[in-house]
Design a protein around this ligand. Structure first.
Ligand code: NAD
Length: 342
């Protein structure tokens, strides 16, 4: 896919639409980013056919249906999704059933714009799949758009990206090139996040973080995800927990469980994080930047854990080591209590 990376990239939107031959774009965003969506619509000028600004996390099917209808009613020949994974995910939901080309303008570090993965949530269950039709034709990474991302979201979204890289390093279809990207993605993000926390307007750090997110998103797109992503999908879809925060809290526990069975991945992460204890380092680094420390902090309760285990056991997924129900129970109980947090 085509990528434009750099401050001020947003101003190239109209040229991108023209290059793709798109004359009637529907602009998509979450309600919180309506003003930015309006800015994109203005930049598109007469190539904008309308706006749909009701994107929601985990793409509820009702929202997807409403957006598909909006695209039909507007006679859209493509969509432009501006925002985090929720806006991009909505554009993918439209592309999945209509084939409408998507332009992605990410404003978080979630990485969805780099993948063929779509997700839809119905009756408390999140379904995901892969389809080339949902991969954006063009992605505009403009670090200026991330300056307004609050520090707490920047931190958790950054660790969401790190989680893609961690699982790419031990994926069954990992490759030497993807592993290099993953290691560098982790290094970039973990170096940039403390600078952003101290000064959210630091353009150097914002650029570095977005570059890391691009690398990590590309790793997610290139490999099969394992236990960590499976659990995050269940936790997000069933309990409507905030996606990036769940990734941030859970990652150290899955890393502690999986890395002993994935020595090359562990070595890469030790280098990227400059530590001997990857799991503890991840837990400490996010907590020091103010991230939630436990799944209980996010609202999960002890009885919920059994539901998560049952769902995880229900569907097969890749993992570097087998995951018995009992081991999963220990892992989730530890994450629920935040035992690795300082
Ligand atoms: P999000 O898109 O819901 O954004 C979180 C909040 O931050 C929203 O209220 C949004 O309006 C606001 N926001 C976003 N960017 C902002 C900015 N620059 N300034 C100020 N506010 C901003 O959250 P997310 O974590 O980016 O995405 C989560 C969703 O993406 C989940 O549904 C997840 O499943 C999906 N996802 C999918 C993939 C994939 O490959 N399919 C990958 C990663 C995430």
């Amino acid at each position: 896919m085509r990528v434009i990376f750099g401050a001020g990239g947003l101003r190239q939107l109209r040229d991108e639409a023209e290059r793709l031959g798109l004359r009637r774009l529907l602009v998509l965003s979450t309600p919180g980013q309506r003003a930015l969506a309006q800015q994109a619509a203005t930049l598109l000028g007469d190539r904008c056919a309308g706006m749909f600004t009701e994107a929601r996390m985990h793409v509820p099917v009702q929202v997807a249906e409403a957006a598909r209808a909006a695209a039909r009613d507007a006679g859209a020949d493509g969509c432009l999704a501006i925002g985090g994974g929720s806006a991009i995910g909505l554009g993918k939901a439209i592309a999945l059933t209509s084939g409408l080309p998507l332009i992605g303008v990410p404003t978080t570090y979630a990485g969805s714009e780099m993948t063929t993965v779509w997700g839809l949530t119905e009756d408390g269950r999140k379904r995901t799949g892969r389809d080339r039709a949902v991969l954006p034709r063009s992605v505009v990474y403009d670090p200026e758009l991330t300056v307004g991302l609050p520090v707490d979201m920047s931190v958790t979204s950054g660790f969401n990206a790190v989680a893609h890289a961690v699982e790419a390093l031990y994926a069954p279809d990992a490759s030497p090139i993807v592993s290099l990207m993953a290691e560098e993605g982790v290094r970039s993000l973990v170096a940039a996040l403390p600078v952003i926390a101290a000064d959210p307007g630091d353009m150097g750090a914002r650029t570095h973080a977005l570059r890391g997110a691009w690398l990590c998103g590309a790793c997610l797109g290139a490999t099969t995800m394992s236990l960590h992503h499976k659990l995050c999908h269940i936790l997000g879809g069933t309990f409507d927990l905030p996606h990036a925060a769940v990734h941030t809290v859970l990652l150290p526990y899955v890393a502690a469980f999986n890395l002993p069975a994935a020595p090359a991945a562990e070595q890469a992460l030790r280098r990227a994080l400059a530590t001997d204890d990857v799991a503890k380092h991840l837990a400490r680094a996010s907590a020091e930047l103010g991230a939630p420390r436990s799944l209980a902090d996010l609202g999960l309760t002890v009885p919920d854990v059994d539901d998560v285990i049952a769902q995880a056991q229900d569907q097969p997924y890749a993992n570097p080591r087998p995951v018995a129900a009992e081991a999963l129970g220990f892992l989730l109980s530890a994450a629920l209590q935040g035992t690795l947090a300082p």
